[in-house]
Unconditional design. Structure first.
Lengths: 333, 709
């Protein structure tokens, strides 16, 4: 790898300052993705600003004008967050999503903020000898007509069919989480669902973060529906694999009808895919296998597949149906 | 060399659970692998090597521009085809790297970067600019291009075989099974990536090359390199004290070994270290060809086979031929008077295929054993009974009697232990919540191989201790441990009285740790040497007395057909909603002669079963037809079974001894565990779901219908 400068920051403010003062810098968190990229030549920063020592490692209850919830420091490790008793009790989808990701060792190392900002595992993105618009804009998309088993089927473009690999982000998108971001211009909040962008004609940019902006925490609003949530991931082996498709779902039923429902999908798009059309379709209806399938079909009218990715449509439909039916059983008990 | 007939040994420690001789070194990190040797082993002030690979599948290197690399701090040299040392013999185009400008596959070595540090070498390689002229390439195996008929298939078998009138038999058969089965490209992926340390010395004009190599056979490396380098094999010393797995990919030297040796030729004696990356292994260190098996089985209504046909299509590379013997087990497995096998290859512009655990048997038996399951279903016969009905009296291929064919014993014993009798024969008949549940069985077989060309040395150390030496390599199988047991029994002492020295070409010759032949070949040589030692020097030899001997040819090899057999049972669960596949139980029973060390043997069987499970459900090297290389080139995208996939896996073996095959009574065990396993898993998924998948790996999307499976 090429030579680079390694800097450490003790506070979020100093991290942002260091970044601004250092051309070609990149933040380094747990490093489970970026270190690979340094070795592969996928990332070639001139400097790393190591943020892993900043004490953003607590999970706290918060209360504000809008409501209450959990504020999760961006350096909270995935394993610690998954095991947190409040997360397990009040946001089961988050805990399950984390535990469905990576391996025990990686979860011990990976951070909350880093998890959200990990990059696609598209094989072409990770192989610098092949064309890739995300890695090298304008070179073309090798995955479009190449190895397509993991390709996006929603919201993709001719420039990029990569999928976002995070499980955590899918659960957070379903539960209306926000990220708190600190940048040179100060602090702002971004809804998780708005954080990642679709590829359009510039897939090199994964999120709407400005250069130098640092995620300092994730805010997870406490809602009744979040406590009745789940995460179901389908992958090629029983553990340590990225999702072929995954479903984060939350459900509330009143008088036999859906009063609130959240559905987000992983493995199908350049971002966690919040299935709002399906949610809208279900709200006010009874939860049955038929209604769920109809709701999913509503969302999937926009799906675009090829011979290698076409399996994702029935797999996503079946897995969503399974997840919601199981939730409905739990809610009824 | 003294020849000695090896007679059956008096059993003393053979059959006893014995801890791995090198277990402590390995788990405490003190075992030194090929690029970990330092000053104590003569590796002084080494340089580091990085490979530069072609990014086109076919063409020519028009220029290698090294200026940027050479100006990077620490980079010492850039070697390409214009300045690389010349080889004396370039027939083996896999090994004859940097001798001309031709590019035969994507990922081929086109330049080398030598540097003072690993990091500088890597960055230097990234800075080398290679201009390539591109020719059209063909890299995709299809039923249309696999038409070339090789002269022989590996290791030296007939390409085609014919017996009886196959077409007439099919015309008259009550039941015909006629399907095509596919297996994908698979990469061996041993835990220790391939690695070599090499240095040249000149001793009064006599040149010597010394290497530490991660190899399955030190003599094989020296023998393949020597003529190319214009050396006698004795001028090359190769050592491999510890090797972290091979699975066949280290069965012979690949191009990276020559890269290290050629680079070291230019350093005026400084050692060169080369550690191949996981990604580079996907291009350079061998893999199993994909296979297409067209199988026809013709049988009577009650399931007796009258005709077997197995037409194989697979691939080789244009730069070096490698013809996998995929139909070989079909030739000897079941009785049928009319038989036909064929092998046809596509010669493609691709990396050179090579040996991978149970070459031939693994893909061939997948096809045949799924076809047998289909025949059982078609005839309404239990799959175990079907195999019993088709047991041959003699080897169908050679007509020779089998030495010890106990397939039926394995099937029956396994059936009892697995609870087969309780099985509902109907497919898609058992549901447990979200999961369809089924069971499947398959036969396993592997030839019993014992190689000529092995010798061992026994020397008295006094006080009842003995030094035993042979150049064999322990690639993690436990060979060190079992060879100590064998030497102990042959000398009638405890294993603790044996100082075993291995894995050095200065020791008596040993053949490769491959073909499940190692323990049989090396152990027989040790027994021969020990027995000769006793004959020459008696029971209480003075310290320093020694004997080197090689086993005499065994006439039994000419009159018997030597094979091992086994039976694999699998339970599969397939999720109705998601198509997810789980294998909660996997059980193998094997007839392999006498087991020398139950602990290390069990590890071999379990490892084979897990690798077979992995081939059944996960392993798949996806070669991009446009680019020419495998794009699933790391362990995140080339999946092998993870811990969570490996549930209740167990193996047993029949208590027996095969004294006609080796003086220890043993046969090989390294490969049979992978044979038939993917078929057993496939047959279980069919029994669970009623959906037959004929192409490996079997994956979730095979079972994701519109309304679930």
């Amino acid at each position: 790898m090429k030579d680079l400068t390694y800097l450490t920051a003790d506070t979020a403010d100093s991290a942002v300052e260091l970044f601004a003062a250092t051309p070609g810098a990149q933040f380094l968190g747990g490093g489970t993705n970026l270190i690979d990229h340094l070795k592969l030549g996928v990332a070639t920063p001139d400097a790393l600003v190591d943020i892993s020592r900043i004490p953003l490692d607590r999970v706290e209850e918060y209360q504000d004008a809008i409501g209450s919830g959990l504020r999760i420091g961006s350096n909270v490790r995935n394993s610690d967050l998954a095991a947190h008793p409040v997360v397990r009790a009040s946001f089961p989808a988050v805990s399950r999503a984390l535990l469905a990701g990576a391996s025990g060792q990686i979860r011990n190392q990976a951070t909350t903020g880093g998890n959200l900002l990990q990059r696609t595992r598209c094989v072409y993105f990770q192989d610098v000898t092949t064309p890739c618009n995300k890695r090298e804009p304008g070179t073309g998309c090798s995955a479009l007509e190449g190895y397509g088993r993991h390709n996006a089927v929603l919201g993709a473009s001719d420039a990029c069919v990569a999928t976002h690999p995070s499980d955590l982000a899918v659960a957070l998108a379903a539960l209306d989480a926000s990220v708190v971001v600190l940048g040179p211009e100060g602090e702002r909040r971004i809804a998780l669902d708005d954080l990642h962008r679709l590829p359009d004609d510039d897939p090199s940019i994964d999120t709407i973060l400005e250069p130098g902006e640092l995620i300092t925490s994730v805010e997870l609003p406490r809602t009744a529906v979040a406590a009745q949530s789940t995460y179901r991931k389908v992958r090629d082996r029983a553990s340590f694999a990225f999702a072929l498709v995954s479903v984060a779902a939350a459900l509330q039923v009143e008088g036999g009808r859906v009063s609130d429902v959240r559905i987000a999908w992983g493995g199908v798009a350049h971002k966690p895919w919040r299935a709002r059309r399906a949610e809208d379709w279900l709200r006010g209806r009874a939860i049955t296998e038929q209604t769920i399938r109809a709701a999913v079909a509503e969302e999937l009218t926009a799906a675009r597949t090829n011979a290698q990715s076409v399996y994702k449509v029935p797999m996503l439909t079946n897995t969503t149906t399974l997840a919601l039916l199981r939730l409905a059983e739990e809610v009824a008990q | 060399m003294t020849e000695q007939v090896a007679r059956p040994v008096k059993i003393r420690t053979i059959g006893r659970r014995t801890d791995r001789a090198d277990g402590v070194e390995k788990v405490t990190g003190r075992a030194t692998y090929a690029v970990e040797h330092g000053v104590d082993d003569g590796v002084v002030d080494p340089l580091h090597l990085w490979l530069v690979q072609s990014t086109v599948a076919k063409g020519r290197v028009s220029a290698v521009r090294a200026e940027a690399a050479l100006s990077h701090p620490g980079v010492v040299a850039v070697i390409d085809h214009t300045n690389a040392p010349r080889l004396h013999d370039t027939d083996n185009r896999e090994l004859a790297i940097l001798q001309d400008d031709r590019v035969g596959f994507r990922g081929q070595i086109v330049a080398l970067v030598l540097a003072e540090t690993l990091e500088a070498a890597r960055q230097g390689a990234a800075l080398v600019e290679v201009d390539q002229e591109v020719d059209p390439h063909e890299v995709e195996l299809t039923e249309h291009n696999a038409t070339y008929r090789p002269e022989t298939v590996n290791p030296d078998m007939d390409t085609d075989t014919d017996e009886g009138d196959v077409d007439a038999a099919f015309a008259q058969a009550d039941v015909v099974v006629d399907h095509t089965y596919r297996t994908p490209y698979e990469h061996n992926n041993p835990l220790e990536a391939h690695a070599t340390t090499a240095w040249w010395e000149s001793d009064g004009g006599d040149e010597r090359l010394t290497m530490f190599d991660s190899t399955q056979g030190v003599h094989g490396v020296a023998q393949s390199l020597a003529p190319m380098l214009g050396l006698a094999p004795g001028q090359i010393r190769v050592r491999a004290p510890y090797v972290g797995g091979g699975f066949g990919s280290k069965g012979e030297a690949h191009a990276h070994v020559m890269a290290a040796v050629l680079a070291a030729r230019t350093t005026e004696g400084r050692p060169v270290k080369l550690a191949v990356t996981r990604q580079q292994m996907f291009a350079l260190t061998g893999y199993r060809t994909a296979t297409i098996s067209h199988i026809r089985l013709g049988a009577s209504a009650d399931g007796r086979l009258d005709a077997i046909e197995h037409i194989v299509q697979e691939q080789t590379s244009t730069i070096r031929e490698f013809a996998e013997q995929t139909a070989s087990p079909t030739r000897m497995m079941y009785a049928a008077p009319n038989r036909r096998t064929r092998h046809r290859l596509a010669r493609l512009d691709v990396a050179v295929p090579s040996w991978m655990r149970a070459p031939g048997e693994m893909p061939g038996m997948f096809a045949q054993e799924v076809a047998m399951d289909e025949l059982a279903v078609s005839c309404g016969v239990d799959p175990i009974l079907l195999r019993e009905l088709n047991e041959p009296d003699t080897d169908p291929e050679t007509g020779l009697p089998f030495n010890n064919r106990r397939l039926v014993d394995c099937l029956r014993h396994g059936a009892e232990r697995f609870g087969w009798a309780a099985r509902n024969r109907e497919p898609r008949a058992t549901r447990d919540g979200e999961w369809w549940v089924g069971t499947g069985v398959a036969s396993a077989t592997y030839p019993a191989n014992r190689m000529p060309g092995n010798a061992a040395r026994v020397r008295s150390l006094g006080d009842g201790r003995y030094a035993v030496a042979i150049a064999s390599v322990d690639i993690g199988t436990g060979a060190r441990t079992v060879l100590s047991q064998i030497a102990a029994d042959a000398l009638d002492v405890e294993p603790s009285a044996i100082d075993l020295e291995v894995a050095d070409t200065r020791l008596p010759a040993a053949t490769v740790a491959g073909g499940s032949s190692g323990t049989s070949s090396w152990g027989t040589a040790i027994v021969a040497a020990a027995q000769r030692f006793r004959k020459d020097h008696g029971d209480s030899a003075e310290p320093g007395l020694e004997t080197t001997a090689t086993p005499a040819d065994d006439p039994a090899e000419e009159r018997l057909s030597f094979h091992s057999f086994g039976a694999v049972f699998a339970e599969a669960r397939v999720n109705h909603w998601t198509g997810e596949i789980r294998v909660p139980r996997l059980f193998g029973v094997y007839s392999v002669g006498r087991v020398i060390n139950p602990m290390t043997a069990r590890s071999q069987f379990l490892g084979g079963l897990v690798m077979g499970l992995s081939a059944g459900l996960f392993e798949d090297s996806y070669r991009d037809p446009r680019l020419g290389h495998v794009v699933t080139q790391d362990l995140a995208t080339y999946h092998v079974a993870a811990h969570a996939d490996v549930l209740d896996v167990d193996a047993e073996w029949l208590e027996e001894s095969d004294d006609t095959f080796t003086p220890m009574g043993s046969r090989g065990i390294g490969e049979i565990g992978i044979v038939g396993t993917a078929a057993a898993v496939a047959n279980a998924t069919f029994h669970a779901t009623g959906t037959r998948v004929r192409s490996l790996p079997i994956t979730v999307d095979d079972f994701s219908g519109a309304d679930g499976i």
